[in-house]
Design a protein. Structure first.
Length: 254
């Protein structure tokens, strides 16, 4: 009997918490009790306990209850646990299909720049790369995005570990930060040009790069307009992934 009562309390508490998704502006005790078809005394007791735990907060002036910081922290944990690759793959597929070039997702894993997902381009002459490929951190489009946007502590760690000469990259990285993307002209592979943009999470931290790679002959000075179109599409795709994993800062995407 006691166990059954515990289950009822847990279920009612869950109903109270879920109700905030339907009314994020907050609930008064009477309105929430009516909504859940529960006694006001029951709802008040649950809300009081949730306030004590930081999951809900009370606006004393308006006499309503709102989501608390601890509840928001749980939501952020959910965002962090979302599978970045699963979320990113449809975006990569659409990008590769639209621009007909190979789309690439990289992440820093064990202090290495690793290709974690890719979708091959559709043109007969195309750039190919395998998942698990380790790319340099001192050159290339994805490397420059990491060096431009990573948090200072992590950046220093990578610079020290890989003995990166930042004096050669300082001006270029300033341009990357200003524009929001990086370009590589045959820096990693002869005959291959690449463009990469940052992907940010709900903490506004850089967690990955989205890029494309293709033959240099398609991105020479005669094809400037095509290059600008590609950059726009890459930035749009990176923004789409960032938004899906919780990035919300009003950052200017070039």
């Amino acid at each position: 009997m006691a166990e059954k009562r515990k289950n009822i309390i847990v279920r009612r508490t869950a109903q109270v918490l879920k109700s905030f998704a339907k009314n994020p502006k907050g609930w008064g005790v009477s309105a929430l009790a009516s909504h859940l078809e529960l006694a006001k005394s029951v709802v008040f007791e649950i809300l009081s306990t949730l306030v004590d735990e930081g999951l809900v907060k009370k606006d004393e002036d308006k006499k309503i209850y709102l989501c608390g910081n601890e509840l928001l922290n749980l939501a952020l944990v959910h965002f962090n646990n979302m599978d970045l690759i699963k979320i990113s793959r449809p975006v990569l597929v659409n990008l590769a299909k639209e621009i007909k070039e190979t789309a690439i997702l990289t992440q820093i894993i064990d202090d290495r720049n690793v290709v974690v997902e890719k979708v091959d381009g559709t043109q007969p002459l195309r750039y190919t790369i395998g998942i698990g490929t380790v790319l340099p951190l001192d050159k290339g489009s994805s490397a420059k995005v990491y060096l431009a946007f990573l948090a200072d502590e992590k950046k220093k760690e990578l610079i020290d570990k890989h003995k990166i000469d930042m004096s050669k990259l300082k001006e270029e990285l300033e341009r990357v930060k200003k524009r929001g993307f990086a370009i590589s002209n045959e820096e990693v592979n002869p005959g291959v040009n690449a463009i990469a943009a940052p992907i940010f999470n709900n903490y506004n931290e850089l967690v990955a790069t989205l890029g494309i790679g293709g033959p240099t002959l398609r991105y020479n000075e005669k094809n400037k307009q095509k290059k600008y179109e590609l950059i726009s599409k890459i930035l749009s795709s990176a923004r789409e992934i960032s938004t899906q994993i919780g990035f919300s800062l009003n950052w200017k995407w070039s």
